[in-house]
Write a protein that binds this ligand. Structure first.
Ligand code: NDP
Ligand code: HSE
Length: 432
């Protein structure tokens, strides 16, 4: 029998308790052992009692878990950085294997956690930390380990994907959709981490570290959220053959530099990720041998996330039965340079309001030209009083040049407002 110490019996913790009970027989067959929850550390005892957990097994004191020699695996589902980090490290130092879903923690303290796991030869698994129920961490470490990974692009946040999908389908503005999503419980009361792109940034930091064998932390990720996206941008995107998605992008260039960024992007409608709607997540991976693959599913929720946690537990039990723990440790064996956002070269969508009179377009084009920004498409969408709305798509240009040009333009009297600047993604793939 393999015994578990569960830290946190909230949404995901409760799901793990339910799943281990519901599929107990299958799980025992597959793992080779009966898996039992020996202790649960939880502030709110009622949550545990509602699941039928023996009151004797409930504690509010971590020492009861760490001191229990019968506990082989600690499953951390409390969330947050501290005390979760301290508890995980203590568990490892006591020779206990650890499963967590805590992306906040891994994205900032991954190095220390992996080093401690390695030092104590324990397993440290975290499949649920990225993409909820979608298998992606383990496939990158195992099934795709023979590839040089060229890019990982994800829709890694369900809340923002739901908001953008609804804005797109119903032509509504961001604020309106956010409020509806909060009322329906799809968005949290405080949605800051989701809408600012921070949640997706944590997840792509984790995935890119595995994909490129290089320690990438949250601080390395360039982040923009979706709060500036308007119904107009979504409408123009559609007219031009794109959808707007919050993408988490990690790529390695030919010289071994890593691009790592989260921002809204224009994505061609025929890109596989363009069809990922509502709260669904997906991860698109390109490897030199496998080519393009996409993992799709529910990126959050009680049972999908519990599915990933229980999968990790089963893997550890298999390792225990074969004395193979510590087999798959940290895969970051080199440190690759991070490309600064100024050096990024992509295509851009720009929407601006300008004075509608002869010579204005030429004046704007000359500022772009002087900064090496080449325009591919210009549309004048509306003319109201003396103002016109200009929609431009650039060729591939350097971000620094574009920012310099926009800084000059925003100070010119002929420019009313630079409304939106959104990067394009996936156009190379479609052109090829
Ligand atoms: P919840 O807030 O629902 O559950 C956490 C539980 O842990 C709560 O019951 C909380 O009690 C308890 N807890 C927190 N700190 C302590 C402590 N010091 N001592 C005792 N009990 C404590 O969170 P979730 O289940 O949603 O998330 C858990 C983890 O899974 C997080 O890392 C999250 O990022 C991750 N995750 C969650 C997903 C989801 O769909 N929910 C998806 C993917 C990952 P109290 O409520 O009293 O504070
Ligand atoms: N808040 C996240 C989302 C789920 O909206 O996708 C937990 O990672």
């Amino acid at each position: 029998m393999i015994q578990i110490g569960l830290l946190g019996c909230g949404t995901v913790g409760s799901g793990v308790v339910k799943l281990l009970e519901k599929n107990a027989s299958t799980i025992a067959q597959r793992s080779g052992d009966e898996i039992v929850i020996r202790r649960v550390m939880e502030r709110d005892v009622e949550k545990c009692l509602a699941l039928g957990i023996d009151p004797q097994s409930i504690t509010s004191n971590f020492q009861d878990i760490i001191d229990d020699p019968e506990i082989d695996i600690v499953v951390e589902l409390m969330g947050g950085i501290e005390p979760a980090a301290d508890y995980i490290l203590q568990a490892m130092r006591h020779g206990k294997h650890v499963v967590t879903a805590n992306k906040d923690l891994i994205a900032v303290k991954g190095k220390e956690l992996f080093e401690t796991a390695e030092e104590h030869q324990v397993d440290f698994y975290f499949e649920a930390s990225v993409g909820g129920g979608i298998p992606i961490v383990y496939p990158l470490k195992q099934s795709l380990a023979g590839n040089q990974i060229q890019q990982v692009i994800g829709i890694l946040n369900g809340t923002t994907n739901y908001i953008l999908t609804k804005m797109s389908r119903e032509g509504l503005d961001y604020q309106q959709v956010l409020e509806e999503a909060q009322a329906l419980g799809y968005a949290e009361a405080d949605p800051t981490a989701d809408v600012s792109g921070l949640d997706a940034a944590r997840k792509i930091a984790i995935l890119s570290s595995i994909a490129f064998n290089s320690r990438i932390t949250l601080n390395d990720v360039y982040v923009e959220g979706i709060t500036g996206i308007t119904a107009e941008d979504i409408r123009y995107a559609r007219e031009l053959g794109f959808v707007i998605k919050l993408l988490a992008i990690a790529k390695e260039d030919e010289s071994g530099r890593i691009q790592i960024r989260v921002h809204p992007a224009f994505l061609p409608v025929n890109h596989p990720l363009a069809a990922v709607n509502d709260v669904f997540n997906a991860v698109f991976v390109q490897g030199d041998a496998v080519g393009e693959i996409m993992h799709f599913g529910r990126g959050a929720g009680q049972m999908p996330t519990a599915s990933a946690v229980v999968g990790d537990i089963i893997e550890i039990v298999r390792n225990l039965n074969h004395h193979t723990n510590g087999r798959i440790g940290c895969t970051c064996y080199e440190q690759k340079p991070i490309l600064s956002i100024d050096e990024l070269e992509v295509e851009y969508y720009i929407r601006m309001t300008v004075t509608d009179r002869p010579g204005v377009l030429a004046g704007i084009a000359s500022v772009f030209g002087n900064n090496d920004v080449s325009i591919a498409t210009v549309l004048q969408k509306s003319s109201d009083d003396d103002l016109a709305e200009l929609i431009m798509i650039t060729h591939r240009v350097r971000e620094k040049g574009l920012r310099d040009a926009l800084a000059i333009l925003s100070g010119m009297s002929i420019v009313g407002e630079i409304n939106s600047v959104i990067r394009l993604e996936g156009t190379q793939r479609v052109k090829a």
